[in-house]
Structure formats: structure tokens, C-alpha cells
Design a protein around this ligand. Structure first.
Ligand SMILES: [Fe+2]
Length: 290
């Protein structure tokens, strides 16, 4: 005979038997099954369960127009990255993806090749150049390369209370050879927003809140899947312990010092450089089709 716990789990799942939407039914069945299994595994006391409910309540209360604490919880538990991996496999020759993150702003200004997205920002000058190609090696002209990054203090423009216009973000269009280039500054590592309940969880578990330095890229070209990814300097701290689990080995790149006197477009000295070539996955092909 079933134990009362097993009978209860089955009873709860059966209450959803009339659900018309098969996807919703599958989700709720799995949710109940795993949630009951989780509770049986940890056997919380009533006080512990109340504490868990209070934690989730405080996460909801911490959310507002400018802050999504539930997304942060998903991030630090690795769920955001897991969903990204599940939705973008297999990658084969295409550039690996990472999550979009909370600081993307649509319709950043389009700038000409070689423009400086840092303008008057202090920091180590960085020249970024690269190419965009299809899986078959064809270089893609006219691809939109949307870039954004934090400043030398680890903050994105939109995090400043007096934010007025885009800084350290822009869109570029690849030239006839599928290439793009721009000037910027070296991004900094930075902490995720740790002032709320998720930060309390990190502190209670002795986890640091830092992400390694990175530059975000979103690349779109006709006939290809949109690529959302990040490139990480190989000398950044926290590469092996990203608070949100976004690092992929293939996305770590050297940002070497540029040779003195050779900065592109007569740019500033000293300078560092990043050269990274992106490969987009052709759209609308099943994994089996290769
Ligand atoms: Fe970021």
C-alpha cells in the first residue's frame, strides 16, 4: 500500500487531470512531482517552511520597475544559464550563447565603424574588432552587432540615478567583409545586485556576488538565429566562480596590450585590443539536419 506521502502526491497530480493545455498539464505534473520530492528530501519543519515562504515573499517585494529579484534568484541558482543551454544546443561551430542579463537596452545608437563608445569615460583604452560569419564560413555583411558593457567602476549607464543617454553601448553594422570595429575601455568585474534577499542568501552561503569582466554582444543577421553572448578577458578575476554561471571557455579571450604606436584610426595610447570572430547558426534548421 502507498505511504500517505505517495498517495498525496498522486492525488495532487490527478487534480490537474482535466487540464486542456497539454504543455501546462505536463509542467504542473512535473512541478508537483519534483516539489513534493524536494519537500520529502529535506523534511522542513513548519517554521522552516514559513521562513521559505517569507524569503519568496521578500523577493517579490524587492521587485520593481528597475529591479527583478526573481530573475536574480534564477541567475544565482544557475537556472537562467540552464535554460539558455537547453534552448541553444547543439552549437556545433556556432559561437556559444550566454544569458541576456538585466542591462540590455533596445535601440542603442548606431555608430560608424571605429567609433568610440566610451567617449569621455576614464579607463584603459580598448580596441575591439571582429567578424561575423555563418556556420558555413560565409562572412556576413550588414549584420547588426549590438554591444554593451559596464564602465571601469563596474556600473552600466542605466544604473546611475542621473542616467540620461546611452554610454558604453551602441550598434554597429558589419562591412562588406563581415567585419566591425570600435573603441571602448576595459570593462570591470562587478557584483550582481546584492542588497536584497538574494544577496542575503549569497552571504549566508559564503558565496561572493561577483561576475567576471565581460562585454555583451547581440548579433543579428538575416537568415540566422540571433546570437546573445558575452566575451570575457582572460585576466579577469572570478572567471571560475561567476555568480551567475555565465562563463564558457570558448568565450574567454586574450585582451593583449597593443603594440606602441600602432593604435587603429590613430587611437589613444596605451591600448589593449580584443579580436573575436563570431559564428551565427543558420535559422530554421533542425539539429538533425546538422
Ligand atoms: Fe553584464
Amino acid at each position: 500500500m502507498d505511504t500517505p506521502e505517495i498517495a498525496l502526491t498522486r492525488d495532487v497530480i490527478e487534480r490537474f487531470a482535466e487540464t486542456r493545455d497539454p504543455r501546462l498539464k505536463a509542467i504542473l505534473t512535473s512541478l508537483v512531482s519534483h516539489l513534493h520530492g524536494f519537500v520529502q528530501d529535506i523534511e522542513p519543519t513548519p517554521d522552516e517552511w514559513n521562513e521559505a515562504i517569507g524569503f519568496l515573499t521578500r523577493i517579490g517585494q524587492a521587485c520593481c520597475d528597475r529591479r527583478q529579484e526573481y530573475l536574480l534568484l534564477s541567475d544565482v541558482l544557475g537556472v537562467t544559464t540552464l535554460i539558455d543551454i537547453l534552448n541553444h544546443r547543439p552549437r556545433k561551430g556556432a559561437t556559444e550563447t550566454t544569458a541576456l542579463g538585466p542591462f540590455y537596452v533596445a535601440n542603442a545608437p548606431e555608430m560608424p565603424s571605429g567609433a568610440d563608445i566610451a567617449r569621455n569615460q576614464p579607463g584603459e583604452r580598448l580596441h575591439v574588432e571582429g567578424s561575423v560569419a555563418s556556420e558555413d564560413g560565409r562572412l556576413l555583411a550588414g549584420a547588426i552587432v549590438d554591444v554593451w558593457q559596464c564602465d571601469g567602476d563596474g556600473y552600466y549607464d542605466v544604473q546611475y540615478p542621473d542616467y540620461k543617454e546611452p554610454e558604453l553601448r551602441a550598434r554597429f553594422r558589419t562591412d562588406r567583409e563581415g567585419r566591425f570595429a570600435f573603441w571602448s575601455i576595459m570593462p570591470s568585474h562587478y557584483p550582481v545586485s546584492a542588497g536584497g534577499p538574494v544577496g542575503e542568501m549569497l552571504a549566508a552561503t559564503r558565496r561572493h556576488p561577483f561576475r567576471p569582466a565581460h562585454i555583451h554582444f547581440m548579433i543579428e543577421a538575416g537568415g540566422h538565429e540571433k546570437l546573445v553572448t558575452q566575451v570575457f578577458p582572460a585576466d579577469s578575476p572570478y572567471l571560475s566562480s561567476d555568480a551567475v554561471f555565465g562563463v564558457r571557455t570558448s568565450l574567454i579571450a586574450e585582451f593583449p596590450q597593443g603594440p606602441p604606436g600602432s593604435a587603429p584610426e590613430g587611437g589613444p595610447e596605451p591600448w589593449r585590443r580584443l579580436s573575436y570572430d563570431f559564428t551565427l547558426k543558420a535559422a530554421g534548421r533542425s539539429p538533425e539536419a546538422g
